[in-house]
Structure formats: structure tokens, C-alpha cells
Design a protein around this ligand. Structure first.
Ligand code: F3S
Length: 755
């Protein structure tokens, strides 16, 4: 059994009292999202009436999930903590590194050879530290989590933005960077800005061609890609309870596309049915026992305008199927308007490929509704006009739909089944001809449709729809086709109409699976060796960063004075560098190569103060490191905005940069720097940025009495012999100062574990 029943028992035993205490403290009814948040405050965190969108609060999540691309650095860091086991139940899922080329079996074989060292590392480290490991082919992280781990009222973090999918089973599940996952696995609190709350009231009932996917496509059209930022979206109403649990998962999954922190639904019968169908009767029974705590207080859903910051209402009975796109998931077009809109915009109307599945839409219900359309191809004498592919979300779903004959039906109409993995959804699709960059249209049931996302071709117009609509559109091969009103011509020349899809929420014969691809960790992992080839280019074990030497820092070189925007992408570029995510030294060769040098307006061209020559940033910093000289990076406003990528903080630390001094920081990056034992400083007077000269040598004074709220002093020794002294601020609290002194937060944990 993969899920941790003891942990869930503990959560449910404590949840009611914590919720009652919060309700009493606030003196008002609570939404579901608030209940889950209050029930997961870290033990060091005082209960208070936190300010939405403002207060930073420490939480204790119940679980961590990681996918193979992001797990590498998270686990390499976790190993630094010196713990024998993870502090909370955790799982690793091998799904991102499998390219869709020919068909499932063959593609899986190629991937397991190509990425063998990464999979072997993840397998051995999971085995050693008590982490559930899901092998390549076991399925996509979010589908596997929904089937095995998600539980109503729980809190989970995952190193993937679609972790939010688990809201379909009543969780608060949030996508984070690897550093956050490492912290929680190491037993540290996890910090989140107390979210705003958006309520979505669903009235009526889905019918005919409309699917749960259309709810989120509609919401995306209303809120746009930024509308959910910093908020939890809570769905409720009769329309919510009438929907399947996996349908709710689809809606929550695409909450990532509106920027929402996460989305969730109250516990109901559909969740109970799903838990039972996936072997978790005990969890369903426990949830039934506290069900009033796994939904909002009654007053909230009766007068939602009082309790949510924003309220949206959608009548499911009137909702139309949508196709969203191209190039953005919030460009929502109801199917009845698509013909007009596509023609007006000059979108290519011939559909080349229809793709269903992915973590967003590969439930038994989704596939059964899609297959009800595939059956009509043969029954009505039609021919599939587009290519058609299926990526099942898990081996359990794949095995069950094969057993029930669905895959046969798809195969008979000429479909291709890819491996149970991300594949085309993450651009791991070796699509024949994509390199020709021809303008073309595809329709899929995934979640993202930015340019190049699926096949690397910037001219592929990708539209997102429900699996059933995608299937109908692939049968017609035409973007202007409206299956609700239009006819198709069959092999006898007759005009035929597709019947509306129908399917089963859950398999009548239950789920089956032969080998789910699950590897349980060793009961005692102390003897397990973690497999990393020292000659590997993709993986490198980390060495602990050195502790602070106990003195002020003197004689630092200015590495770069960055001008204007400097995001985590400028600091640690993605693209071709992604393959080095598990190898700190190799990926450090991209450090700050996107930042613009203030003194020459060029990227990756800075003066080496030892030679007077201009050269790339990483090579120059390596020269300083080799000479035993520290350096400082100076930046502008909102330095480090963008992603939570921990590499942007680890690379400068690894190469010997001692401090980052900027006008202002993006908060997550500032915290990441602190965790790595780096000095993150801001100008007291932002005009002092102008005092920094290219040939400066820099001292940082005041470290021997480093204290919260006490500014430090920076002394700039200019080349002409003049000196400027400037005051710089910091936001370190006492604990973070200890991180700095120890050389990083993980060094402290390691010491605590050893003690
Ligand atoms: Fe994978 Fe796409 Fe989901 S990349 S995790 S299938 S969003």
C-alpha cells in the first residue's frame, strides 16, 4: 500500500480542534481553504487573523511529491541534511524525461536507456531515505498522486506547478521549487503568503457535450492567466457536488493556468466513491467521520459574497463546450463561435493532430467518454481525419482501459498510444516534420498551449479542449466543426451526426493493474548506496558549503553590476541547461550569463579585475575562486523575480560569490539566498547604486555583530584611491543569521541531526 494511513489518521485526529480554535479566534465562519490552512500551521506559528495577500505564514504540509526533472536537485540538497529519512511522506515520479516518438513500449525503452543514470539515482536515493518511487511508465505525477495519496483536508506541496490537481480530492496542494520540497522533507517549516480567496459557485448540471474541462476553460476566460495570482479558488454549489472527483481534479489542475496558488473542492460523495474505487475505503470512512470540517461552514456558501474576495457564478446547465487558444489558455471560444473566430483570425482550420490524456484529463471517465465517440467512427462509417494520440495518466488507468477494450477501439480507428508520461505536454514529442516550422493546428486535452510547448514549432496553433471534444474534432479534422450542430459525410456519402459522448465515472469492474510501477523504500535505508557516477555530466553529489569564517569580508571584487531586469532566468537560464539540473558545477556555467553589465550594456561580458580582460561571467568568477578571492554581485530592482529556481542562489554560492547587493529583491529569491548561506543585502539609499564603479574593491563590515534590524556597512575602494561608505539593509531574523554563520540552512539541520 503506497499511502500513509497513519499520517492521515493523525491529520484527521487533530483537524477539528485546530479548525474550531481558528473559528473562535476569528469570530466568523470559515471557508474550506481557510480550514485546511489553519489546520496545517507549523507548530512554531502563532494562530492569528492573518492578512490575506500580505502575511507570511509558516505551514507544516503533510506530503511532498516530486517529478523526475525537479527532484534531482531537491534530493541532492536533502542528502545534505544528514537525516536518515524524510520528515514527511514523500514520493518521486518518473514522467518528464520520456519522449513520445513511436509508441509506448518502444519509447519507454529508449528513455530508460537515455536517462538511466538519473532514474537510477532517483531510485536509490528514494530507497535510502524512505521515499516512494514510481518508475518510468508508472504514470504522471498528478494522476498517480490522485489515485494513491491525495486525501480530503490534507496539505501537500509538489515540485511541479500542476500539483494543484489534488484539489479535486479536497486538498490544498501547491506547486513549489525544489528548495521548498527539500526544506519540508528535512523538517523545516514551509512559508506561504496567506492567500486571497476566490469563490466559484457552480449551479445547474453538466450535460451532453459539456465536461468539467469546460468549467475551467470558462473560468480561465473570465480571470485570464493572471487573475488567480496569490489566491485559492474554492468551488462549491450543486454543480460541484454533481461532478466526478476526477472532473474536479481537471478543474483544479488548470487552476495553474490562471496563476492561482491552488484550487479546491469540499469533500462529497464523488470523492468518497473515488477513494473507495482506488482502494482507500478507510480514508473515505475517516473523512465521513469529520465531513463538516472538510467543507466550508454553512454560512459561507449561503452568503459567499461576505467571505470571498471575489465571486464568480457559472450555470453548468447553460455552459457550452470551449476550445481555448491558440498560444494562451485564457483565450476562450465557445464551440458555436469557433468557426467565425477562426476564420476572422486566419487560424489554420485543418486539424493535424488531436491528442488526449496527460495529467489533466486521463481519468477513466475522460477516456470512456472519448471512446464513445471513437466507436461512432466505425459504427457510422466515418474515417478519422486527423492523427490521434492518447497519453494515459497512469498504468492503472492504462491497464483498466485496455482490459475494457477502449484501447482496441482507439487502435481500430488508427490512434497511437504513447507511454504513461508527460510526453507531448512538456515538449517531449518527437513530432515528424515539426522542424519545418510549418503553420498548423492541433487540438489537445492538456493544460498549457504556449508557443512551442508541445512540439517545439512556434507555428503550431494549439487549442485546449475536453478529451471528448478533442476526439470529435479529430474525427472531423476541422477546427470550424461544431459537433452539436454539424454533420459529417460517411463512406456511403450520407450525412451523419455524432451522438453526444457518454461514459462511466468509474470502471464497473473496478480498477485493475498488473504492475503499477511502484517501488516501496527499504524499511531501513542505512545500508543503501546512492548511485552517482563521479564521471557523470548530469549528476553530482553536493558538498556542504563552508561556514562563515567569523570575520568581516574584505577585498571582494565586483563581479557584475547588473542593469535593469535580472530574473532567475537571467541568473540561471533554462532551455539547454535543464539537463544539468542535477549537476551544480556544470549548470553553474550559466551563472548570470543573461544579466546585462551596467558598464558596457552587454550580456556575459565583464571585466576580470585580475587580468583587465573582458570575459564571460562564469569563467571570470571561477578565476576569482581559483585565486581565493570572494566577490559581490550588484543588482537593480526586484532582483531574482520569476521562478523559485534554487539554482539561481546555489550557483553563485558554489562559485564563491559572497553577497548580492540590490535595490530590491523578489522575496522567494531573497529567501533562497539566505538558505544557501549567502548575504542578501539592499541599498539603504537606492541612489548608492550609482556609486558602484567597475574596478571597485569591496569590504562588508558589521558581520561580527550581525543582528536582526541592524544595517551593515559596505566600503567601496575606488580605483582612484577614493572611498565611499554606504549603509546596507537586510531582513535576516536570528534563525536566518544562524543559517549564514553555518554556511547554509542544511548545515544547521545536519548538525542538529548529528547531535
Ligand atoms: Fe506532465 Fe504536462 Fe502534467 S508536463 S505533469 S502532463 S502538465
Amino acid at each position: 500500500m503506497a499511502f500513509d494511513i497513519e499520517m492521515i489518521k493523525k491529520v484527521y485526529a487533530n483537524l477539528p480542534a485546530k479548525v474550531d480554535a481558528a473559528r473562535k479566534a476569528l469570530g466568523r465562519p470559515l471557508t474550506l481553504a481557510e480550514k485546511i490552512l489553519f489546520a496545517h500551521l507549523h507548530s512554531d506559528q502563532q494562530l492569528s487573523n492573518f492578512e490575506r495577500g500580505k502575511s507570511y505564514v509558516d505551514f507544516a504540509p503533510d506530503r511532498v511529491a516530486m517529478q523526475d526533472a525537479t527532484a534531482q536537485m531537491a534530493l541532492l540538497q536533502f542528502m545534505q541534511a544528514g537525516r536518515p529519512k524524510v520528515a514527511v511522506p514523500s514520493s518521486v515520479h518518473c514522467d518528464h524525461l520520456i519522449t513520445a516518438r513511436v509508441e509506448a513500449k518502444q519509447d519507454l525503452q529508449v528513455a530508460t536507456t537515455e536517462s538511466k543514470e538519473v532514474f537510477d539515482f532517483l531510485s536509490s536515493v528514494s530507497n535510502k531515505y524512505g521515499i516512494d518511487f514510481w518508475k518510468p511508465g508508472a504514470g504522471i505525477i498528478h494522476q498517480v498522486v490522485l489515485e494513491n495519496y491525495a486525501f480530503p483536508g490534507g496539505m501537500m506541496i509538489g515540485t511541479d506547478s500542476h500539483t494543484v490537481n489534488a484539489g479535486g480530492l479536497g486538498m490544498v496542494a501547491i506547486g513549489v521549487g525544489g528548495a521548498d520540497a527539500c526544506d519540508v522533507m528535512a523538517g523545516l517549516p514551509w512559508e506561504l503568503k496567506w492567500p486571497k480567496l476566490i469563490g466559484v459557485k457552480l449551479t445547474g448540471k453538466l450535460n451532453g457535450w459539456t465536461a468539467p474541462k469546460d468549467v475551467i476553460l470558462k473560468v480561465a476566460g473570465i480571470l485570464t492567466v493572471k487573475g488567480g495570482t496569490g489566491a485559492i479558488v474554492e468551488y462549491f454549489g450543486e454543480g460541484a457536488t454533481s461532478m466526478s472527483c476526477t472532473g474536479k481534479g481537471t478543474i483544479c489542475n488548470m487552476g495553474a493556468e490562471i496563476g492561482a496558488t491552488t484550487s479546491t473542492f469540499a469533500y462529497d460523495e464523488s470523492m468518497s466513491r473515488y477513494l473507495k474505487a482506488t482502494g482507500r475505503e478507510e480514508v473515505a470512512a475517516m473523512a465521513d467521520g469529520i465531513k463538516n470540517y472538510l467543507t466550508a461552514d454553512a454560512e459561507v456558501y449561503q452568503s459567499p459574497e461576505k467571505y470571498f474576495d471575489q465571486l464568480i457564478e457559472i450555470n453548468l446547465s447553460e455552459l457550452e463546450p470551449h476550445l481555448n487558444g491558440p498560444f494562451t489558455p485564457d483565450l476562450a471560444t465557445p464551440i458555436s463561435k469557433m468557426k467565425e473566430v477562426a476564420v476572422a483570425n486566419g487560424w489554420p482550420t485543418k486539424i493535424e493532430v488531436g491528442l488526449i490524456g496527460s495529467c489533466t484529463n486521463s481519468s477513466y471517465e475522460d477516456i470512456s467518454r472519448a471512446v464513445s465517440l471513437a466507436k461512432q467512427v466505425q459504427d457510422k462509417g466515418l474515417t478519422l481525419k486527423s492523427e490521434f494520440t492518447i497519453t494515459p495518466g497512469s498504468e492503472q488507468v492504462r491497464f483498466t482501459i485496455e482490459r475494457d477494450g477502449f484501447l482496441d477501439t482507439f487502435n481500430q480507428i488508427g490512434a497511437k498510444v504513447f507511454a504513461n508520461a508527460c510526453g507531448p505536454c512538456i515538449g517531449m514529442w518527437d513530432r515528424v516534420g515539426a522542424d519545418k516550422k510549418e503553420k498548423n493546428t492541433i487540438v489537445h486535452s492538456f493544460n498549457r498551449n504556449f508557443a512551442k510547448r508541445a512540439d517545439g514549432n512556434p507555428n503550431t496553433y494549439a487549442f485546449v479542449g475536453s478529451p471528448e471534444l478533442v476526439t470529435a474534432m479529430a474525427i472531423a479534422g476541422d477546427l470550424t466543426f461544431n459537433p452539436m450542430t454539424d454533420t459529417l459525410t460517411n463512406d456511403k456519402g450520407e450525412k451523419v451526426k455524432l451522438d453526444a459522448p457518454n461514459g462511466e465515472e468509474l470502471p464497473a469492474k473496478g480498477f485493475s493493474v498488473d504492475d503499477p510501477g511502484y517501488q516501496a523504500p527499504a524499511a531501513d535505508g542505512s545500508g543503501v548506496q546512492v548511485v552517482v557516477d563521479p564521471a557523470s555530466k548530469r549528476l553530482q553529489l553536493l558538498e556542504p558549503f563552508p561556514a562563515w569564517e567569523g570575520t568581516d569580508l574584505k577585498g571582494l571584487k565586483l563581479l557584475i553590476k547588473a542593469k535593469g531586469k535580472c530574473t532567475t532566468d537571467h541568473i540561471s537560464m533554462a532551455g539547454p541547461w535543464l539537463k544539468f539540473r542535477g549537476h551544480l558545477d556544470n549548470i553553474s556555467n550559466n551563472m548570470l550569463i543573461g544579466a546585462i553589465n551596467y558598464f558596457n550594456d552587454k550580456a556575459d561580458s565583464i571585466k576580470n579585475e585580475l587580468t583587465g580582460e573582458y570575459g564571460p561571467v562564469p569563467a571570470t568568477q571561477r578565476a576569482y575562486k581559483a585565486a581565493g578571492i570572494g566577490s559581490i554581485v550588484v543588482g537593480d530592482e526586484n532582483y531574482g523575480e520569476g521562478s523559485s529556481r534554487e539554482h539561481a542562489a546555489m550557483e553563485p554560492r558554489h562559485l564563491g560569490v559572497r553577497a548580492i547587493l540590490v535595490k530590491s529583491f523578489a522575496r522567494i529569491h531573497e529567501t533562497n539566498l539566505k538558505k544557501q548561506g549567502m548575504l542578501a543585502l539592499t541599498f539603504n539609499d537606492k541612489n548608492d547604486y550609482d556609486k558602484i564603479q567597475e574596478d571597485d574593491t569591496v569590504d562588508i563590515d558589521g558581520l561580527t555583530s550581525f543582528a536582526p534590524g541592524q544595517p551593515l556597512t559596505i566600503v567601496l575602494h575606488h580605483k582612484d584611491g577614493s572611498v565611499d561608505k554606504i549603509s546596507v539593509n537586510h531582513t535576516y531574523n536570528q534563525q536566518q543569521i544562524e543559517w549564514f554563520k553555518a554556511g547554509g540552512a542544511l548545515n544547521i539541520i545536519r548538525k542538529q541531526v548529528a547531535a
